[in-house]
Write a protein that binds this ligand. Structure first.
Ligand code: IYR
Length: 228
């Protein structure tokens, strides 16, 4: 280690029984999370959104550059502009840009170019990835592992909203450059994701899809296996 300044770690070791209880409960909550496409217009408490964003901002990031920016949008006029631009891109996507393979892969989700949730749900959180930082003197500083960092922060945000009783939808119209123009974000920021957040409609339905079984996605290397 170098002589970079340090502070004490704030870590509380807990009983194993309590660890297991928390692990099971956290997973139970996350397992019920689904991407929701039918939302109620009811607003969600601003404090819930603020707390979830605070959770996102704790994410680890390359060289601690925190290369993200989150824009919370509730204004109906701005959201109408976002919806209009997103649906225009989506029409292009579904009618022309998407390969046959891609459309086949999406078929079980039942999605199309209509994106009513962009204007109906309580709010949109538009997430930008800062490709490089602009210093006060106008010079540029490189960011590191930007996509990984923003992806982790977004995961924290989704998990926090889900744990607070807020349904979300990860939505990525492509390309999303119109978001810079509509939201007035600088060109060093690249739109990463639109996270729609709110309460699901009472009759909301979701695609009949499932996650892979555990063993499909996880391997444990036995302790006795030596690679060298
Ligand atoms: N962006 C389009 C298409 C789409 C693409 C993927 I990959 C998805 O998992 C879901 C949708 C849309 O939002 O409809």
């Amino acid at each position: 280690m170098t002589d970079a300044p340090t502070v004490p770690l704030n870590f509380e070791r807990i009983q194993e029984s309590e660890m297991i209880a928390r692990a099971v409960e956290f997973t139970r909550t996350l397992t019920r999370r689904r991407n929701v496409r039918d939302f109620l217009p009811d607003p969600i408490p601003q404090q819930v959104v603020t707390s979830a964003l605070e959770a996102a901002l704790t994410a680890p990031s390359g060289a601690n550059r925190q290369p993200w920016h989150f824009v919370v949008v509730t204004d109906p006029h701005i959201r109408a502009q976002i919806r209009e631009a997103a649906e225009a891109e989506e029409r292009e996507f579904y009618q022309r840009r998407a390969s046959a393979d891609w459309l086949t892969a999406l078929a079980p989700l039942g999605t199309d170019s209509n994106k009513p949730f962009l204007t109906t749900a309580a709010c949109l959180i538009v997430i930008f990835a800062e490709k490089y930082a602009v210093n006060p003197d106008g010079s540029r500083s490189k960011n590191y592992y930007t996509s990984e960092s923003v992806g982790i922060a977004t995961g924290f945000l989704i998990a926090a909203l889900n744990a607070s009783g807020v349904a979300t939808l990860t939505h990525t119209p492509s390309p999303m450059g119109f978001l810079n123009a509509i939201l007035g974000r600088p060109k060093n920021e690249k739109p990463f994701l639109i996270l729609t957040a709110g309460y699901p409609a009472a009759n909301a339905r979701v695609p009949d899809i499932t996650k892979f079984p555990f063993a499909r996605s996880v391997t444990r290397v036995p302790a006795h296996v030596q690679t060298e």
